[in-house]
Design a protein around this ligand. Structure first.
Ligand SMILES: CC[C@@H](C(=O)O)C(=O)SCCNC(=O)CCNC(=O)[C@H](O)C(C)(C)COP(=O)(O)OP(=O)(O)OC[C@H]1O[C@@H](n2cnc3c(N)ncnc32)[C@H](O)[C@@H]1OP(=O)(O)O
Ligand SMILES: [Co+2]
Length: 150
């Protein structure tokens, strides 16, 4: 199996409002989606894009940062925020063409897949692989949107 592009970097925060202001006003990022609740994932989320630049191969799109704040009692990021009260880098998300094939591939390698695929913030199925099996990085795998949207 081959991983596709890096879709987003997940940043956990105790305050979406404060993080949004930081990325917009200090880092020059663009808010591409206003905050919305995702109860199925136990988070409140919004996306910002880094400005993007002219690279050696022409103009490059900015990189997407996904800001997540705990939502509800059972949020999977409560533990992370308890250990990192100011928030911090939480996960990296890679695209794949076929979510079930990717799940089977990681499981075949003996990696701990956390639960069954569920619909994520981009409207396609996602799953997570435990950081202890992924060089310390919580890894999100996401099926590439069929319409090519990111
Ligand atoms: C916006 C929606 C969606 C999208 O479409 O993009 C998302 O991105 S949702 C993002 C939030 N959802 C998830 O993270 C779901 C999967 N995560 C989990 O199930 C849990 O967070 C976890 C990975 C199992 C950790 O849960 P926690 O309660 O913190 O467990 P432990 O306390 O037992 O931690 C075990 C161990 O792992 C270390 N850890 C925890 N989180 C991370 C992390 N993000 N990155 C790296 N390491 C992490 C933790 O410190 C423990 O280490 P030790 O203390 O050394 O044992
Ligand atoms: Co994510």
């Amino acid at each position: 199996m081959k991983l596709g592009r890096l879709n987003h970097i997940g940043i956990a925060t105790p305050s979406l409002a404060a993080s949004l202001a930081y990325y917009r006003d200090i880092m020059g990022a663009t808010i591409t989606h206003e905050p919305f609740d995702l109860p199925a994932q136990g988070v409140k989320v919004c996306f910002v894009d880094t400005p993007g630049e002219n690279g050696p191969n022409g103009p490059t799109a900015g990189t997407q940062i996904e800001l997540i704040e705990p939502l509800g009692e059972n949020s999977p990021i409560h533990g992370f925020i308890a250990k990192n009260p100011a928030g911090g880098q939480h996960h990296m998300c890679y695209e794949v063409p076929d979510i079930m094939a990717a799940k089977a591939w990681f499981e075949g390698l003996g990696k701990k897949v956390l639960g069954e695929p569920r619909i994520g913030a981009h409207g396609t199925p996602i799953f997570f692989v435990h950081p202890k099996d992924m060089n310390g990085v919580l890894t999100e795998i996401m099926e590439t949107p069929k319409d090519g949207a990111h």
